[in-house]
Design a protein around this ligand. Structure first.
Ligand SMILES: Nc1ncnc2c1ncn2[C@@H]1O[C@H](COP(=O)(O)OP(=O)(O)OP(=O)(O)O)[C@@H](O)[C@H]1O
Ligand SMILES: [Mg+2]
Length: 113
């Protein structure tokens, strides 16, 4: 199982959610976040002035999915979160050891699909 954490623009959330639904992603958590990447939240470089990090609002979508869904899910996010402008966001992928559905006590991938 893998955890996909995708940070991207609010404007793309509905498209991304729809595309993930279409590839069979069932559960997700959305968090409102503020962040910055390579440009530190600025669209122009301020040379000579003291650079501070300008945190901009984004959404973070987290979903835990079976390994075999990762490729399609990442493609769905990339294609639907992209506008082509700087600040489109990033996807982080990590391993998940175990999941438990609290209602039934089921464990593992059967809790995800
Ligand atoms: N290394 C990182 N660690 C954690 N969060 C990050 C990291 N890089 C980017 N983010 C998150 O992703 C959001 C969007 O980053 P952004 O798309 O600007 O990345 P970038 O590397 O600057 O790429 P681009 O050149 O396309 O702007 C940030 O606001 C931040 O929340
Ligand atoms: Mg950036």
């Amino acid at each position: 199982m893998k955890k996909i954490e995708a940070v991207f623009r609010h404007s793309q959330l509905e498209k991304v959610k729809q595309a993930l639904n279409d590839v069979g992603v069932k559960g997700m958590t959305i968090v409102e976040v503020r962040g910055a990447g390579k440009q530190k939240g600025y669209t122009e470089t301020y040379r000579g002035s003291k650079v501070t990090i300008n945190l901009r609002p984004k959404v973070e979508l987290k979903t835990i999915i079976p390994d075999e869904m990762v490729e399609q899910a990442v493609e769905a996010i990339v294609e639907n979160a992209r506008t082509g402008q700087i600040g489109d966001g990033k996807i982080f992928i990590s391993n998940i050891e175990e999941t438990v559905r609290i209602r039934t006590g089921e464990k593992g991938t059967e809790t995800l699909t």
